[in-house]
Structure formats: structure tokens, C-alpha cells
Design a protein around this ligand. Structure first.
Ligand code: PGA
Length: 223
């Protein structure tokens, strides 16, 4: 698969924002799947600055920690801070994975599915919180986070002991039903896993490798 290499983080953020802007302008009732983490921060900043119309947009976040949603490090807080409080989206239109997880899946299905899914990639090849070994058929579910993921994410918390050990994530099967998928990766520490995932063996040991089986995926990288 082609990995489009960009010159800068600014370009990465702005190209992915362009794709979302096009989606929102062409389809007022767009359904987006959205990521958290460091990588998409610039993209959210860019989107906010473009003053797009979000009033008919429905969003589904890819994953949440199992923790108080009002905690400053929850993904709900992240989304409010970086996007939802700054655009005209209806609070009822932004969904986060919840239990029972089948009801979250029903919500996606009831909205006629995800048009555009934006993904990051973890250092171990995870997408959303589908850690290595996740079934390619997996649906939204509660998962235990791997040690490496807890360590990687501890930079956002006062101490590693404060990082939640469990999360609710969209499954790989759920993600693959999106009509279009864009994966963004930033930093040379991601380049090796990105190459393995996009051009190596398609295996559940490398969750992102499932994207090789999707016919509408774009992959963007900058170091
Ligand atoms: P990051 O996370 O953007 O903070 O590197 C990506 C991920 O783990 O999916």
C-alpha cells in the first residue's frame, strides 16, 4: 500500500482536515469516526479554524478509557476541548463507545454506517484500542490495554498508575465497515510499524494490517 510521505506535521494536519472538509461539504449528513491521541491535535486545530458547518454531522469516537468521562484525561474531555466545544455540533450527535457495546454498534448501524474513519496507529500496530491478537472480526467491546500502550499513554497522566487499564474500543470489524478510512502517523518511531502494517503480512498480530483488505484507504505519514 502507498504511504504518502508529507513534509511536515502542519501539512499532515491540513491534508487530513481537507479530506474531512470535503466530506462535510459534499454530504451534510456525514458520519465520522474520530481518533484521539497526539497525532490528530493539529488536524482538530485546523478544522476548528475553518469554521465548517457541523450541525448535521454525527460522530463516533473510536475508543474511550474505562474511567470517569469528566476526568481531564478522558477522551470525552479531549474531544470537548479540541473540537466539540469549538464547533456547532449538537451534543446529542457525538457518540462515544459505551456499554452495552451492542447498543453502540446499533447506533452506528442505525445511522447507516460510518462514511469516513480517521485513524492513528499505535507503536505496536494497534488501531483504536485493538491490540495485537485482536480478531479481524471483532466488534465494539471492553478490552485490557497492553503494558506498552499504558506506558505510551502515561505521558498524559501524573503517574503510570493513573493510566486506566481497560478501554472500550470499536472493533476491527466495525472499523472496516467504514466507507473510507484515512490513517495518519507522525514521528519516525512510527515508520517501521507503519511499513510492516501496510506492506507486510496481513495478520492479527499487527491489527493495522487489516487495512490492506479495505479498498478505500489513504495513509499519510510525516517524520
Ligand atoms: P498517538 O496515538 O497519536 O498519541 O501517537 C496513536 C495511537 O495510539 O493510536
Amino acid at each position: 500500500m502507498e504511504i504518502k510521505v508529507l513534509k511536515s506535521y502542519k501539512e499532515l494536519s491540513s491534508i487530513v482536515a481537507d479530506i474531512i472538509e470535503k466530506q462535510l461539504k459534499e454530504h451534510l449528513l456525514s458520519k465520522l469516526a474520530l481518533p484521539t491521541g497526539n497525532t490528530p491535535l493539529g488536524m482538530y486545530e485546523e478544522l476548528v479554524s475553518r469554521k465548517l458547518d457541523w450541525k448535521s454531522v454525527i460522530t463516533f469516537n473510536l475508543d474511550v478509557y474505562l474511567m470517569n468521562p469528566d476526568h481531564p484525561q478522558s477522551y470525552q474531555s479531549y474531544m470537548r476541548k479540541n473540537l466539540f466545544n469549538k464547533v456547532n455540533i449538537y451534543p446529542d450527535h457525538s457518540h462515544f463507545p459505551f456499554r452495552p457495546t451492542e447498543a453502540f454498534e446499533d447506533k452506528i448501524e442505525g445511522s447507516m454506517g460510518i462514511d469516513l474513519c480517521i485513524l492513528g496507529i499505535g507503536n505496536n500496530g494497534h488501531i483504536a484500542f485493538n491490540e495485537p491478537g485482536s480478531s479481524f472480526k471483532s466488534r465494539t467491546r471492553v478490552v485490557d490495554l497492553f503494558e506498552q500502550t499504558i506506558k505510551d499513554n502515561s505521558r498524559f497522566f501524573d503517574s503510570i498508575d493513573d493510566v486506566p487499564k481497560q478501554a472500550i474500543t470499536m472493533g476491527l470489524g466495525t472499523i472496516m465497515e467504514s466507507k473510507k478510512i484515512v490513517l495518519m502517523a507522525n514521528g519516525d518511531h512510527k515508520l517501521n510499524i507503519l511499513n510492516v502494517a501496510m506492506n507486510g503480512e496481513v495478520t492479527e498480530d499487527v491489527p493495522a494490517s487489516i487495512l490492506q483488505n479495505h479498498d478505500n484507504v489513504e495513509v499519510y505519514y510525516c517524520d
